[in-house]
Design a protein. Structure first.
Length: 142
Protein backbone atom coordinates (compact mmCIF):
# COMPACT_ATOMS: atom_id res chain seq x y z
CA UNK A 1 0.00 0.00 0.00
CA UNK A 2 2.72 2.50 0.91
CA UNK A 3 4.63 1.72 -2.29
CA UNK A 4 1.88 3.66 -4.07
CA UNK A 5 2.99 6.93 -2.46
CA UNK A 6 4.40 9.24 -5.15
CA UNK A 7 7.49 10.22 -3.13
CA UNK A 8 9.83 7.92 -1.19
CA UNK A 9 12.99 8.88 0.68
CA UNK A 10 15.28 6.35 2.41
CA UNK A 11 16.88 7.25 5.75
CA UNK A 12 19.30 5.16 7.79
CA UNK A 13 18.78 5.12 11.54
CA UNK A 14 21.93 6.31 13.28
CA UNK A 15 22.98 6.03 16.93
CA UNK A 16 22.08 9.65 17.66
CA UNK A 17 18.42 8.88 16.83
CA UNK A 18 18.02 6.39 19.68
CA UNK A 19 16.58 6.86 23.15
CA UNK A 20 17.55 5.10 26.38
CA UNK A 21 15.38 2.11 25.42
CA UNK A 22 17.41 1.50 22.25
CA UNK A 23 14.81 2.47 19.69
CA UNK A 24 14.20 5.66 17.72
CA UNK A 25 13.08 8.46 20.02
CA UNK A 26 9.58 9.75 19.32
CA UNK A 27 10.78 13.30 18.55
CA UNK A 28 13.14 12.06 15.83
CA UNK A 29 10.24 11.03 13.61
CA UNK A 30 9.43 14.71 13.12
CA UNK A 31 12.98 15.19 11.81
CA UNK A 32 12.51 12.24 9.45
CA UNK A 33 9.29 13.81 8.15
CA UNK A 34 11.01 17.19 7.84
CA UNK A 35 13.90 15.73 5.85
CA UNK A 36 11.51 14.08 3.38
CA UNK A 37 9.28 17.16 3.27
CA UNK A 38 12.15 19.49 2.35
CA UNK A 39 13.33 17.19 -0.46
CA UNK A 40 9.78 16.78 -1.75
CA UNK A 41 9.00 20.51 -1.60
CA UNK A 42 12.23 21.48 -3.33
CA UNK A 43 11.21 19.22 -6.21
CA UNK A 44 7.57 20.34 -6.34
CA UNK A 45 8.36 24.05 -6.02
CA UNK A 46 11.27 23.62 -8.47
CA UNK A 47 13.76 25.36 -6.17
CA UNK A 48 17.41 24.62 -5.37
CA UNK A 49 17.98 26.54 -2.12
CA UNK A 50 16.18 26.60 1.20
CA UNK A 51 15.91 30.40 1.14
CA UNK A 52 13.48 30.03 -1.77
CA UNK A 53 11.12 27.81 0.22
CA UNK A 54 8.14 29.98 1.13
CA UNK A 55 6.37 27.64 3.53
CA UNK A 56 5.60 27.42 7.21
CA UNK A 57 4.41 24.31 9.01
CA UNK A 58 1.16 25.09 10.82
CA UNK A 59 0.53 21.62 12.28
CA UNK A 60 2.39 18.32 12.67
CA UNK A 61 1.19 14.99 14.03
CA UNK A 62 2.74 11.54 14.28
CA UNK A 63 1.23 8.17 15.22
CA UNK A 64 3.68 5.47 16.25
CA UNK A 65 2.98 1.94 15.03
CA UNK A 66 6.11 -0.12 15.86
CA UNK A 67 9.64 0.58 17.12
CA UNK A 68 12.55 1.17 14.78
CA UNK A 69 16.13 0.28 15.71
CA UNK A 70 19.73 1.21 15.00
CA UNK A 71 20.96 0.11 11.58
CA UNK A 72 17.54 -0.23 9.97
CA UNK A 73 16.75 1.74 6.85
CA UNK A 74 13.46 3.58 6.93
CA UNK A 75 11.50 4.66 3.88
CA UNK A 76 9.62 7.90 4.34
CA UNK A 77 6.68 7.81 1.93
CA UNK A 78 5.02 11.16 1.37
CA UNK A 79 2.17 12.65 -0.67
CA UNK A 80 0.00 15.75 -0.87
CA UNK A 81 -3.39 14.67 0.48
CA UNK A 82 -5.30 17.97 0.47
CA UNK A 83 -4.87 21.22 -1.42
CA UNK A 84 -6.59 24.39 -0.30
CA UNK A 85 -6.19 27.99 -1.43
CA UNK A 86 -3.18 28.87 0.76
CA UNK A 87 -2.44 25.60 2.56
CA UNK A 88 -2.01 21.91 1.84
CA UNK A 89 -1.59 18.67 3.79
CA UNK A 90 1.14 16.09 3.48
CA UNK A 91 0.69 12.49 4.60
CA UNK A 92 3.62 10.32 5.67
CA UNK A 93 3.99 6.56 6.02
CA UNK A 94 7.32 5.58 7.51
CA UNK A 95 8.23 1.93 7.05
CA UNK A 96 11.23 -0.36 7.21
CA UNK A 97 12.73 -1.51 3.94
CA UNK A 98 10.97 -4.86 4.44
CA UNK A 99 7.56 -3.12 4.64
CA UNK A 100 6.88 -2.97 8.40
CA UNK A 101 4.90 0.20 9.19
CA UNK A 102 6.69 2.21 11.87
CA UNK A 103 4.78 5.50 11.95
CA UNK A 104 2.27 7.64 10.12
CA UNK A 105 2.08 11.40 10.15
CA UNK A 106 0.54 14.52 8.75
CA UNK A 107 1.69 18.10 8.38
CA UNK A 108 -0.18 21.19 7.26
CA UNK A 109 1.90 23.66 5.24
CA UNK A 110 0.95 27.27 4.58
CA UNK A 111 2.44 29.23 1.70
CA UNK A 112 4.03 32.33 3.22
CA UNK A 113 5.53 35.45 1.67
CA UNK A 114 8.39 36.38 3.98
CA UNK A 115 8.79 39.82 2.36
CA UNK A 116 5.23 40.89 3.21
CA UNK A 117 4.92 38.60 6.26
CA UNK A 118 1.57 37.33 4.94
CA UNK A 119 0.14 34.08 3.69
CA UNK A 120 -0.07 33.67 -0.08
CA UNK A 121 -1.99 31.52 -2.55
CA UNK A 122 -0.51 28.20 -3.61
CA UNK A 123 1.26 28.77 -6.96
CA UNK A 124 -0.34 27.22 -10.04
CA UNK A 125 3.00 25.66 -11.06
CA UNK A 126 3.09 23.79 -7.74
CA UNK A 127 -0.46 22.53 -8.28
CA UNK A 128 0.44 21.28 -11.76
CA UNK A 129 3.59 19.51 -10.53
CA UNK A 130 1.64 17.79 -7.75
CA UNK A 131 -1.10 16.66 -10.15
CA UNK A 132 1.44 15.37 -12.66
CA UNK A 133 3.55 13.53 -10.08
CA UNK A 134 0.66 12.06 -8.09
CA UNK A 135 -1.55 11.24 -11.12
CA UNK A 136 -4.73 10.46 -9.21
CA UNK A 137 -3.03 9.10 -6.07
CA UNK A 138 -5.52 8.50 -3.27
CA UNK A 139 -4.68 8.32 0.46
CA UNK A 140 -4.70 4.80 1.90
CA UNK A 141 -7.72 3.87 3.98
CA UNK A 142 -7.02 3.74 7.71
Amino acid sequence: MTSQFPFRYPLEIIFRDLDAMGHVNNAVYFTYMETARVKCMMELFNITTLKDMSLIVAEATCTYKSPAHFGETLLVNIAVSRMGHKSFDLLYHIETDDGRLVATGKTVQVVFDYATQKTAPIPDDFRRRVARRQQGWQPPTP
